[in-house]
Design a protein around this ligand. Structure first.
Ligand code: GLV
Ligand code: MN
Ligand code: MN
Length: 414
């Protein structure tokens, strides 16, 4: 029998609603980009909620926030949960925030139930899970796992030419970045609650997903240089249009992802900048980014190679030059056995319907798995929508996810 824990559904809904008001896009869309005024205000809101619940707060030099409830044996590695509150342009209000507000609710509800953890419990609010500002996702957890060195971090540059080093200092984060990395085993376990962001739970009429593995993401940055000029005066045979070349490349990228023979293969060009950007000027330069993923690393790597080759061939045929930079090419991860089995037993005992599934989106749990056994709990996404304003998960579904989270954290911390 599980001890009674009262998850306050209304409190979660109210806090998610309030968090959604910190946005640079009109509701229902949410835009919250790393270290903007809006992101800073949302961080202050979350810190305030954690303080009201009498938890201790620590922040590292990169702005990762750690909310700690001390266990009876504080020298033991803690059990952690958490997610992110940054949001891509014109996103919804549930991506990441459900794991942050839900994680806080899990800790509060356990405390209010009289539970006393042996291991300390921590809620982590990770810095910049989204790649919006610096082109690289999971900045906070990547740095914690040590896959990005302090030097690499400091040199990351945003589209306005500002370095991460500058903007983090302006945001008041001045501590040494050497201290962001955590040692292997720093945590006993990590468990992230998140919306599914896909249609599988809803289609199967299931309440909970337990993640068995996370797909391997890679990001490529491409710059194509052709020749510009007057849209009326330069005749077609003389053109070296960077945008028509890039268009052919983007179609080739789509074809490569469609023809791997695997349904998990995906490739997306979601960002294209055209220079000089005038209707009567031939594009001389195009910059685009490619997001490439698969749950199978060999297939993902082959897509990366095939895409580079296709870009090279099209560039040669169209007499444009190309520069390709691989921003990241991460390994997939398998969820930690102790975390999965604790979540499965809990979900069984709560009599919630569930299935194990692979996460096709990436999450901070991907990098936390390099530090400690890590896992994830998914709750259904209506119509499978995510990264768009229509994202929706019902308060009941969120509360079930938080219930599984709270009980599983209690198991892992006992
Ligand atoms: C996370 O936001 C992802 O793009 O998978
Ligand atoms: Mn996201
Ligand atoms: Mn997310």
């Amino acid at each position: 029998m599980l001890p009674p824990i009262h998850i306050q559904e209304d409190r979660i809904t109210n806090e998610l609603d309030r968090l959604a008001t910190y946005s640079d896009a009109p509701a229902p869309a949410v835009t919250r980009v790393l270290f903007t005024r809006t992101d800073m205000a949302a961080r202050a809101f979350m810190r305030q909620l954690a303080r009201e619940a009498n938890f201790r707060i620590r922040e590292d030099g990169l702005g990762n926030i750690f909310v700690r409830w001390e266990g009876s044996e504080p020298e033991l590695p803690a059990v952690a949960t958490g997610s992110h509150i940054d949001a891509i342009p014109f996103a919804g209000r549930y991506d990441g925030t459900v794991g942050v507000v839900g994680g806080l609710e899990a800790l509060r509800a356990l405390k209010e139930s009289g539970f006393q953890p042996k291991r300390s419990l921590e809620l982590i609010i990770f810095t910049s899970e989204e790649p919006t500002r610096f082109g690289l996702g999971c900045l906070g957890s990547r740095a914690m796992a040590g896959t990005l060195s302090p030097d690499q971090l400091m040199q990351l540059t945003d589209s306005e030419g500002q370095t991460l080093e500058q903007v983090r200092r302006e945001a008041g984060y001045i501590e040494n970045l050497d201290e962001v990395k955590l040692s292997t085993g720093h945590y006993h376990a990590f468990l992230e609650l998140h919306i599914e962001q896909g249609p599988r739970l809803e289609a199967g009429n299931l309440q909970i997903g337990i993640v068995s593995a996370i797909a391997a993401p890679a990001t490529l940055r491409v710059e194509i240089r052709g020749d510009g000029g007057h849209a009326g005066a330069v005749l077609m045979p003389r053109r070296r249009d960077a945008l028509t070349a890039a268009s052919e490349m983007i179609l080739a990228i789509e074809k490569i992802a469609q023809t791997t023979g695997r349904e998990d293969s995906v490739a997306t060009v979601g960002l294209v900048n055209v220079y000089p950007g005038a209707v009567n000027s031939i594009p001389s330069k195009v910059y685009f980014e490619i997001d490439i993923r698969d749950t199978d690393l060999i297939t993902r790597d082959k897509m990366v190679t095939d895409i580079q080759q296709a870009i090279k061939e099209i560039a040669q045929a169209r007499r444009v030059s190309r520069q390709i930079d691989i921003l990241n090419a991460d390994d997939p991860c398998t969820a930690g056995e102790i975390v999965v089995s604790a979540a499965v037993s809990t979900t069984h005992q709560l009599a919630y319907s569930f299935k194990k599934l692979v996460s096709r989106a990436y999450h901070d749990a991907l990098f936390m798995s390099q530090i400690c056994p890590s896992g994830m709990i998914f709750v259904p996404s209506q119509n499978g929508y995510s990264h768009r304003p229509e994202e929706y998960t019902s308060p009941q579904d969120i509360a079930r996810g938080v219930t599984v989270l709270a009980h599983t954290l209690a198991r892992l911390a006992s």
